[in-house]
Design a protein around this ligand. Sequence first.
Ligand code: TXA
Ligand code: MG
Length: 318
Amino acid sequence: MQNLEEAIQLLKNDNIIAIPTETVYGLAGNAFSDNAVKKIFRLKNRPWNNPLIVHIGSLNELDSLAKDIPEVAYHLASTFWPGPLTIILKKKDKVAKTVTAGLDTVAVRIPDHPLTLKLLERLDFPLAAPSANPFGSISSSRAEHVENYFKDQLDLILDGGECTKGIESTIIGFDQNEEPVLYRHGSISLEQVEEIVGEVKIFNQSGKRPIAPGMLPKHYSPETISFLTDDVLKTVNLFKGKKVGLLLFKEKRPNLPLIHQEVLSKSGNYSEAAKNLYVAMHRLDQKKLDAIIFEKFPEEDLGKAINDKLRRAAHAAQ
Ligand code: TXA
Ligand code: MG
């Protein structure tokens, strides 16, 4: 457990380290230290108006960060925490505006990873942590992805293995009437949330600045130019003579033998596909292809969240 001791020391001294979570790796720092929080923004090259998620180790800590917490928020927290649900609540003054990018709300979750839970238990402050990737690029679901991005800039990457969920947490907030609002599709399906709280409105950002970068039209992108399509063969035909990679849901296309193909779940399981999504995207991106073609998923269950990521990762839709 040497790494855990080292992690604690580094964090206490306002350093930033990479931590594993069940969704994706995070770049973590003391959420109560302005100095540490600023380092996170700089490291990630993240715009200052994009707030960070605050990670806590137990439900008791929620009251120290947030006020006027709706009953339904406790209900969601007790159902899904530790787990991939982030809840947006009114912030207490103690939470610095650097973390929340000037907003009077704070995003909070308890991550479900044994190593990070142990770490949080040992700290007397929560951890602000965005996904461990430079702003706009593919998130990291393995320690090696973090290393490729930030090799020389991080003192420590806590390796907790491959993330079991593989896509980011689902983000839920509340409107003035305490009605739940979906801010970001993620690892818990909309259907699962609605089972607990009834119908959830989808946040409509029209006319407003995007307050969740997960909501920016372009995000999670490979370096290689990428396209999203529901007709793979037709799109492949546009790239005759080019080196193309395919990111597919269930089945390879055997009649396209020369094309590099990644299948996300042979059995058509959405959770498995989500777990493999960024791993496969990173792998395709490293092949230095001329283009990557993403196959659209059915708009149900986690297929919705996966499509949301693919849509933003793609440079163009077909
Ligand atoms: O699964 C996850 O949530 C991962 C792991 C590391 O926990 N974290 C993550 O962080 O995805 P990041 O920074 O890549 O995305 C956080 C999202 C952003 O879209 C941000 O705008 C939104 O949360 N967010 C944070 N605070 C918010 C707030 N007060 N209101 C609205 N959106 C907020
Ligand atoms: Mg991110």
